[in-house]
Design a binder for this molecule. Sequence first.
Ligand code: C5P
Length: 222
Amino acid sequence: GNHQLLASKSILITAGPTREAIDPVRYLSNHSSGKMGFALATAAQQLGAQVTLVSGPVQLPTPPGVTRIDVVSAQDMYEAVLAQVEQADIFIGCAAVADYRPEQIADSKIKKHQDTMHLSLVKNPDILATVAHQPNPPFTIGFAAETDDVVRYAQDKLEQKRLRLIAANDVSDTQIGFNSDDNAMQLLWQDEQGQLQQLSLNRASKLQIATQLLQHAATLMK
Ligand code: C5P
């Protein structure tokens, strides 16, 4: 069977949201639950891989047999990933990394003196693209959460971020995605001739979807 499909493989996975501090008590973040990334870690471990999970702040237990590194901000996640990536055969960027962070973190709590307040934001590093653009990159897999033109945007990301595989899901569908236990997605990749290929994974539990995604990645890696 598929039991040890990923034996002797080392996998690095990011999961969950990041938190970008505004001042000592406030932050910017998003609704990522981390469930998909944790399901991938569980599935990879079950398939025999050695798994390292770099997680933002989530309310989930560490899957058995998985090495977990907790981080808070996108910058923390970036540094943790770059410190681990050399040992990885596969990298999966599943985290909902904040695109921007406050330009400055106030040293003390910001007071509500003014009627309007402006927050200046700067772009965070793209962890996934950084990994994939390394000289000797792992087999790099990304996610694309889109609300429309799912396939077109995912294809752009596949090419621009130099990914080997991208999993696209329609986050406008409330049955699946963010905090749900189920998911459905389209896998996109380029074959050896450079032709775009697609595979639909129908609605199933995140653990089942994760297993199918990893089985597909293992096939492409051969
Ligand atoms: O460009 P976009 O944010 O839509 O791309 C999503 C993919 O890129 C996800 O796999 C996500 O984990 C990854 N990403 C990242 N670092 C960022 C932004 C996104 O690794 N700063």
